[in-house]
Design a binder for this molecule. Structure first.
Ligand SMILES: [Zn+2]
Length: 207
């Protein structure tokens, strides 16, 4: 049986992986995990890099936002509101990753869905809609995430305009893999868009 300490450890491990994979920089982003068979989640603290989060620094909160265990001086993520709302809306979601990867965030600036340019992205992501831009931590952003999930009940990933991405996983490993795939897909889409349609385009002068 996995206990709270297991999830504290796992949350720190995937936070560090997200940082070292460069899915997020500075003190941005936040990850969370639902504690199975409870109405509680662990979420990374605000004001500290995901690359530095130690297991005991993660915050335990109830699904309605009450802080149950907040060691040291840390506060729960300022974006905890949309994590908790997503768990309340989707009982199938066991973990959430919110990160700011460069290619996917650049695509979010267009305000449209991520182009799914590979077979694997179409199979695993299906559709990655883009939601509007509001100030990080604001009730407007939380409400916009809620609306994005309600309007797209099948999605596991969202672009957040001029901000980053949000992935909804079965568990932390799944949420991390989704974020990794969203960023790789955006990078491939960008590279593909810079390559001429045929090799001959680069060799033959225009008529
Ligand atoms: Zn953010």
């Amino acid at each position: 049986m996995k206990n709270l300490d297991f999830f504290r450890q796992e949350l720190s491990e995937f936070s560090k992986r997200a940082f070292h994979r460069r899915l997020v920089g500075g003190t941005g982003g936040n990850l969370s995990v639902r504690i199975p068979d409870t109405d509680t989640v662990l979420i990374t603290p605000t004001g500290i890099s995901l690359g530095d989060v130690e297991p005991e620094e993660n915050i335990l909160a109830s699904l309605d936002g009450e802080i149950l265990d907040s060691p040291r001086e840390f506060r729960g993520s300022k974006e905890a509101g949309f994590h908790l709302a997503a768990y309340r809306l989707r009982s199938d979601v066991g973990a959430i990753a919110h990160v700011h990867p460069p290619y996917a965030t650049a695509y979010s600036n267009k305000g449209s869905s991520l182009p799914l340019v590979t077979v694997s992205s179409r199979l695993n992501l299906k559709h990655v809609p883009c939601i509007a831009c509001f100030l990080p931590g604001s009730p407007e952003l939380r409400d916009c995430v809620i609306q994005g999930i309600e309007n797209n009940p099948e999605v596991n990933s969202l672009l957040m305009k001029e901000h980053g991405i949000l992935t909804l996983g079965r568990d932390l490993k799944h949420a991390f893999y989704l974020a990794d795939l969203v960023e790789d897909t955006a990078k491939i889409a960008y590279i593909a868009a810079t390559i001429p349609n045929t090799i001959s385009d680069t060799l033959m002068p225009p008529p």
